[in-house]
Design a protein around this ligand. Sequence first.
Ligand SMILES: [Zn+2]
Length: 228
Amino acid sequence: MKMTPEQLSGVNSDHLTEIMFGQKAFLVHLQVVDDLLELKHAAAQAGYNLNIASGFRDFARQKLIWNNKMAGDSVILDSNSQPLDSQTLTTDEKIMAILRWSALPGASRHHWGSDFDVFDRDSLPKETQLQLEPWEYLSGHQADFYLWLAGNLSKYGFFFPYQHDLGGVAPEPWHISHKQVASRCLQQLTLKHLQQRLSLSPVLGNEVVLEKLETIYNQFITNISGDE
Ligand SMILES: [Zn+2]
């Protein structure tokens, strides 16, 4: 499975195929479709209505998320999901804080079509919006579903890349990843590819991002859980 640098960084999506999942259409990596549908089926048999809150995201979409946070147009959360006062932060501090919860454009696992933020739609209380905050999965309405998922996802080839706090991306109990496909994507996404992508398609704070790129790469991109 050879991916191009453009596919790995969300600029090109011709490795993906559109499938109906729940009530919506999603772009999914060709080699992930079957396992994803089997996981959904197994969840249904256990009484859970597994849906995707967020699947494939392209570079432009990730750049919008990133730039909104850098510009102060959307809120930057600290490790405890509490809002930070972005005006008191240096560019450097902003970048490191954003990376706890949002990937650097070009390096999001959501670019690959192998990673999904999932939830049990039937456990979501009426008129409640999913926040994708850890309490929902650890002690809130998604807790039963999360326990089931944790006990079963590996049977279908998935794992939680952000299970433990390794000082990089904060724990995300909703984010599942197709192990075989995603590990090959990660292997192929080199520091050099990323440098090239960001030089061609700069994001807010690009100069500082490029200066710190090796640190970012080691702390937030390759530093994941799940190889235990
Ligand atoms: Zn995610």
